[in-house]
Write a protein that binds this ligand. Structure first.
Ligand SMILES: Nc1ncnc2c1ncn2[C@@H]1O[C@H](COP(=O)(O)OP(=O)(O)O)[C@@H](O)[C@H]1O
Ligand SMILES: [Mg+2]
Length: 261
């Protein structure tokens, strides 16, 4: 990821920049370049994608954020979105509000081994609220989420980490369905923010969907190899979330499905 200068921000979006804006670069994710435009009148977040695949994801993130905007969830407010032909090809831009805090991943790394239970309990409660939210009509789909994800996985074979053999295994061993809910679709802990008061929020919404809550749970608990969670820490998560703990095979199935994103 290379970053961008203020004068590369599309003219249609310049009016959203705070007075005296300077760009500050947080730890970057995998799909985009994200800058905080910090000025005397506030801060906004600018997210740019240039890879054609991730450009589609940013378009989807914009749609999902608009669809869930009225649910009262702690998520960024969309300020604007635009697509244009940039200096090296098509690019998509999203401008959104800046949420406070740092990633839950960094808080988890700092917490001593065996003492991550309270953070996981917060996360469990947080995902419980998300999974209990009303599913906006705009996210409704005629086909079930697992079938759609397996179809997408096949379409992604050319560029994703998963391969044909693994995909066949996933297709042949798909878990029994559970009721679908509003999911985030990628709550790895670098997409969960925690503020100084311990309040959580969620960014990076391109996977938001009416879907299988076990995917969110499997991705939220995927902390290896950096962090090995103790059984009681995992139990804190599940009792706060309220769903029955998944068996290890089902959890692995959902983790492996992520190889196709
Ligand atoms: N709305 C936001 N408020 C505060 N920080 C944000 C916001 N959106 C993104 N970030 C920061 O930018 C980083 C990358 O953003 P993210 O949307 O996760 O990009 P990617 O899709 O590349 O993973 C995040 O880890 C976070 O530090
Ligand atoms: Mg991210």
């Amino acid at each position: 990821m290379t970053g961008f200068d203020i004068d590369e921000i599309p003219s249609a979006l310049q009016r959203h920049l705070p007075v005296g804006a300077e760009l500050v670069w947080p730890a970057q994710g995998m799909t985009s370049e994200v800058a905080l435009a910090v000025g005397t009148s506030g801060t906004v977040v600018l997210k740019r994608c240039t890879n054609p695949i991730y450009l589609t994801w940013l378009r989807r993130e914009h749609e999902v954020l608009l669809a869930i905007a009225h649910l009262g969830l702690p998520v960024p407010n969309v300020i604007d979105h635009t697509e244009q032909s940039g200096s090296s090809g098509p690019e998509a831009w999203l401008v959104m509000s800046c949420l406070p805090g740092r990633s839950l991943w960094s808080a988890m790394l700092e917490a001593p081994d065996g003492e991550r239970g309270p953070l996981l309990q917060r996360l469990g409660l947080f995902l419980r609220a998300l999974h209990s939210a009303r599913i906006p009509e705009a996210l409704g789909q005629p086909k079930d989420w697992i079938s759609r994800k397996l179809e997408q996985a096949r379409a992604n074979l050319d560029w994703c980490d998963g391969d044909e053999g693994l995909l066949r295994w996933l297709e042949e061993s798909r878990p029994a369905p559970v009721p679908e809910v509003l999911i985030h679709g990628d709550p790895s802990l670098d997409n969960v923010l925690i503020d100084e008061g311990g309040v959580l929020s969620l960014i990076d919404w391109s996977g938001g969907d009416c879907g299988d809550p076990r995917y969110d749970i499997a991705l939220a608990l995927r902390t290896e190899p950096e962090i090995t969670l103790g059984a009681h820490e995992v139990a804190s998560f599940h009792s706060a979330h309220g769903g029955a703990p998944m068996d290890a095979r089902t959890q692995r199935w959902f983790e492996l499905l992520y190889e196709f994103s």
